[in-house]
Design a protein around this ligand. Structure first.
Ligand SMILES: Nc1ncnc2c1ncn2[C@@H]1O[C@H](COP(=O)(O)OP(=O)(O)OP(=O)(O)O)[C@@H](O)[C@H]1O
Length: 323
């Protein structure tokens, strides 16, 4: 299978008044054509930066310091403006967290859909696309302004717009975080159905591990600007080997049994001021050893997934899992 995304040792830094923030500290990742990959991690781990980098949609204060990122075989950070515009228009589709920010409040939905689909789109094409997004009464929706729609309907419009030009890669950044819990699963279900119909790849960026467990083929767990564990969803979430993945699952609300307490992850995420010379999770890790404070972990394969942990698969790690 070919890769739609291929990323090697990618480093992205923001220049801020408090000094540089190394949001991506050497990311290695591939996304296969047609697969759904979820990137999961705490706030500030670098998920959005990685998602935005795929369309070179980062703000001007962000820069690629090192590494390589290719989308559909094109070097995203080394391509001419026109090629980049074509890549964004023909290959990528974005769904952001808040549909009310994504949509233009001053323009009727039909007009915005037409812009996304191309000038030749007729009313019936627009209505058909809205129907594919599971919007009832597409004529009324097309005639509405965004504020006249519920949050769920507005996000379905955004999803329909994202697939308007049959993209090869859909990037959804916390696509249901702003929605009522009762409709979150339905909207993500629509997104996944449309992805399947079109054969596109989908990247879901989320902190909701249980939601992604239901929808993703593969999971990449981010911490401190690096992907610390990646593999099939069943392996990574079913039997995690990185201590951070285990801690994230224990801290995630949703599947706890009656009377069971969640376990917050102790400490705070790292300050991303520069290249981390050691394991960035070490200060919060319950199984760390001296070596974790002095060596930067490299990706290695443990139990059929890639992991950035010097101790994964060791006796110390096995003891912790057994507890
Ligand atoms: N425009 C910016 N200027 C300076 N630092 C930034 C900027 N945008 C993001 N950062 C920093 O980069 C790091 C990664 O942020 P990013 O938004 O990619 O993480 P995230 O995992 O998507 O978090 P969230 O879920 O809160 O969006 C954080 O430390 C964040 O504070």
């Amino acid at each position: 299978m070919n890769n739609i995304v291929s990323c090697e040792d990618l480093v992205i830094t923001y220049q801020s008044s408090n000094g540089p923030v190394r949001a991506l500290d050497g990311v290695d990742l591939t996304i296969a054509e047609g697969e759904t990959l979820a990137i999961v991690g705490e706030s500030g781990s670098g998920k959005s930066t990685l998602g935005m980098a795929m369309g070179r949609l980062l703000p001007s204060e962000a820069g690629r310091e090192a590494g390589r990122l290719e989308v559909d075989g094109m070097p995203v950070f080394d391509m001419a403006r026109d090629d980049l515009r074509r890549l964004r228009r023909d290959t990528l589709g974005f769904v952001f967290q808040n549909p009310m920010v994504a949509l233009d409040p001053t323009m009727r939905i039909g007009r915005q859909m037409q812009r996304a689909m191309g000038r030749r789109a007729r009313a019936e094409d627009i209505h058909a696309l809205l129907e594919r997004g599971e919007l009832d009464d597409p004529e009324r929706v097309a005639n509405s302004f965004p504020h006249q729609l519920s949050g769920g309907m507005a996000q379905r419009v955004v999803v329909a717009m994202a697939i308007a030009r049959s993209p090869r890669l859909l990037i959804a950044d916390e696509p249901t975080a702003s929605l009522d819990a009762s409709i979150q699963d339905k909207v993500i279900g629509t997104l996944c159905r449309l992805r399947k119909e079109s054969g596109a790849s989908l990247v879901i960026l989320s902190h909701d591990v249980h939601m992604i467990a239901r929808h993703a083929d593969r999971v990449a767990v981010m911490y401190g600007g690096r992907i610390v564990e990646q593999g099939t969803t069943a392996r990574v979430l079913g039997a995690p080997v990185h201590p951070y993945t285990r801690a994230l699952l224990k801290a995630a609300a949703g599947h706890e049994k009656p009377g069971e307490w969640l376990t917050p992850i102790p400490g705070t995420p790292p300050l991303l001021t520069g290249r981390c010379a050691a394991c960035s999770f070490e200060p919060r890790c319950s199984v760390s050893r001296d070596i974790c404070r002095s060596s930067r972990p490299k990706p290695r394969t443990v139990e059929e997934r890639e992991v950035l942990c010097l101790l994964a698969g060791s006796e110390a790690e096995r003891k912790e899992v057994a507890q």
